[in-house]
Design a protein around this ligand. Structure first.
Ligand SMILES: NC(=O)C1=CN([C@@H]2O[C@H](COP(=O)(O)OP(=O)(O)OC[C@H]3O[C@@H](n4cnc5c(N)ncnc54)[C@H](O)[C@@H]3O)[C@@H](O)[C@H]2O)C=CC1
Ligand SMILES: O=C(O)[C@H]1O[C@H](OP(=O)(O)OP(=O)(O)OC[C@H]2O[C@@H](n3ccc(=O)[nH]c3=O)[C@H](O)[C@@H]2O)[C@H](O)[C@@H](O)[C@@H]1O
Length: 447
């Protein structure tokens, strides 16, 4: 059993702290946000993540998971201190390191014995060294030693618990073998593969991984745009490409582009790191530009389908940046909904979970609906922005009855073209052919 302080109770701090508790460690999750800590102590989990509340309740009841706003006391009571605070995008594109630096100072001030300081936040290369210097400079007892480790997080929102419990790999970077071993041992109960490296490479692995995944998405979106023009079907193209094990089928789902708290900010941050190092990362900059443009295709398609948007009623289905989360950070809906409203349409929006997070961020005129059906009633077109199961599985017969006109813009390619066509809808997707060719797809050799 390790005594661990996790500083920052955002997605990463809460999920990884809870998973470390689940495998038998004593975890103190701490945050300077006292309201958040007070809620967590009352059993109210501030984010929507499937399975998280149940796991928090189980581990708090077992006494393995504690919450406090006294960050100093949590540091003093622990042998391992995880930094899991935000590194948001600053105005100039680079990661804002303010919170990490504040935490490093705090750790220095409360370093009452040997501790391993582990950075889980996504940070520019060199941050481990920066943390080491800040902690050193603020040490109350200069004779007390510490080690710094980089252990970046790879979980995805919406499947965070399972990602954490079944990591593909844990990347552990440090110049101290003793500290690396301790953090590798901590991961042993997860049965995960361990990749040991130096601090700088571990920090770079995180950015490179996110930038590569973002590149796959922008690449397939560009292919989808070409498919539309030349009459190919991007779903079949990506399936056919993905069967090559060197390419792999994951992250090749075309649509309106990536959003969320990480890909947008991490691609910008890596482009900035490259610029600072004297390398113009043109490829990554093109990935970002392609993604920014991709969300604009929704209103183009809408105009194409219904002519003028002014005075029309549009149903927007899905607001969160992906299903199974209430996170609205850099969600495509934040660009698309204001654009539709600005073009003079009235918007009826439905999202099963993200409505409350979305409200302060979207135009006041948006009408929020409790069901897909309520949003569809009387509308001239329906736009799908997030592939929530209740949206993918909507009753098309009922939808057709409720809608004024039968235009469906599927920004996530999540509805079967054949099915919408059979129900009499005019279907607009991102790079799909209106109807799949019968007999297409994977067949065995003796077909
Ligand atoms: N959200 C995600 O799915 C993933 C995020 N990451 C990375 O992990 C880091 C954290 O991300 P999120 O959890 O989304 O962040 P977040 O912004 O949601 O939460 C950060 C928390 O840190 C707290 N905090 C800030 N300064 C503090 C201080 N001095 N002392 C104590 N608490 C403090 C804030 O009050 C907030 O509750 C970022 O670097 C992010 O890029 C990595 C993988 C996945
Ligand atoms: O650093 C992070 O914060 C995390 O960022 C992403 O996780 P997340 O943003 O939660 O969600 P993803 O499932 O990766 O989706 C990101 C965006 O890409 C979009 N996407 C994803 C896959 C795809 O094929 N096509 C596509 O458009 C999604 O709709 C979503 O908007 C990474 O997948 C995680 O490994 C990483 O830890």
């Amino acid at each position: 059993m390790q005594k661990i302080a996790v500083i920052g109770t955002g997605y990463v701090g809460l999920v990884s702290g809870t998973c470390f508790a689940e495998i038998g460690n004593r975890i103190i999750c701490c945050d300077i946000d006292e309201t958040k800590i007070a809620s967590l102590r009352r059993g109210i989990v501030p984010i929507y993540e499937p399975g998280l509340k149940e796991l928090i309740d189980k581990n708090t009841a077992a006494g393995r998971l504690l919450f406090t706003s006294d960050v100093g006391a949590a540091i003093e009571a622990s042998d391992i201190v995880y930094i899991a605070v935000g590194t948001p995008m600053s105005e100039t594109g680079e990661a804002d390191m303010k919170y990490v630096k504040d935490v490093a100072r705090k750790i220095g001030e409360h370093l009452n014995g040997y501790k391993i300081i582990v950075n889980k936040s996504t940070v520019p290369v060199g941050t481990g060294e920066l943390v080491r210097q800040i902690v050193s400079n603020h040490r109350k007892y200069p004779s007390v030693h510490f080690d710094v480790v980089s252990n970046p997080e790879f979980l995805r929102e919406g499947s965070a618990i399972s990602d954490c419990m079944n990591m593909d790999r844990a990347v552990i970077g440090s110049s101290s073998d003793k500290a690396s071993k301790a953090i590798a041992d901590l991961h042993a109960p997860f049965g995960t593969r361990i990749y040991l490296t130096d601090l700088e490479s571990a920090e770079m692995i995180k950015y490179a991984a996110n930038a590569f995944l973002a590149t796959k998405i922008s690449f397939i979106n560009a292919i989808a745009n070409i498919c539309e023009r030349v009459g190919a079907d991007v779903v079949q193209v990506s399936e056919g490409m993905g069967l090559d094990s060197r390419i792999g089928g994951k992250f090749l789902q075309a649509g309106i582009g990536y959003g969320g708290s990480c890909f947008p900010k991490d691609t910008f941050a890596l482009a900035h790191i490259a610029d600072q190092s004297g390398y113009d990362f043109e490829l990554l900059k093109a990935v970002i530009r392609t993604n920014d443009k991709q969300r604009l295709i929704v209103t183009d398609k809408l105009k194409q389908a219904i002519g003028t948007i002014e005075g029309k009623r549009i149903a927007v289905l899905g607001l969160a940046f992906k299903p199974h989360t209430d996170d609205m950070r850099y969600a495509p809906s934040l660009t698309i909904v204001p654009e539709i409203v600005q073009l003079g349409a009235s918007v009826s929006a439905f999202d099963p979970i993200a409505t409350e997070t979305a409200k302060p961020l979207l135009p006041e005129s948006v009408r929020y609906c409790g069901t897909v059906e309520e949003a569809l009633e009387g509308c001239d077109a329906c736009v799908i922005l997030t592939e929530w199961p209740e949206i993918v599985g909507m009753d098309l017969t009922r939808a057709k009855r409720l809608m004024n006109a039968t235009v469906l813009i599927d920004g996530r390619n999540c509805i079967s073209p054949l099915s919408v066509q059979q129900h009499g809808f005019t279907y607009h997707s991102v790079g799909r052919r209106p109807v799949n060719v019968v007999g297409s797809g994977l067949h065995t050799a003796n077909f």
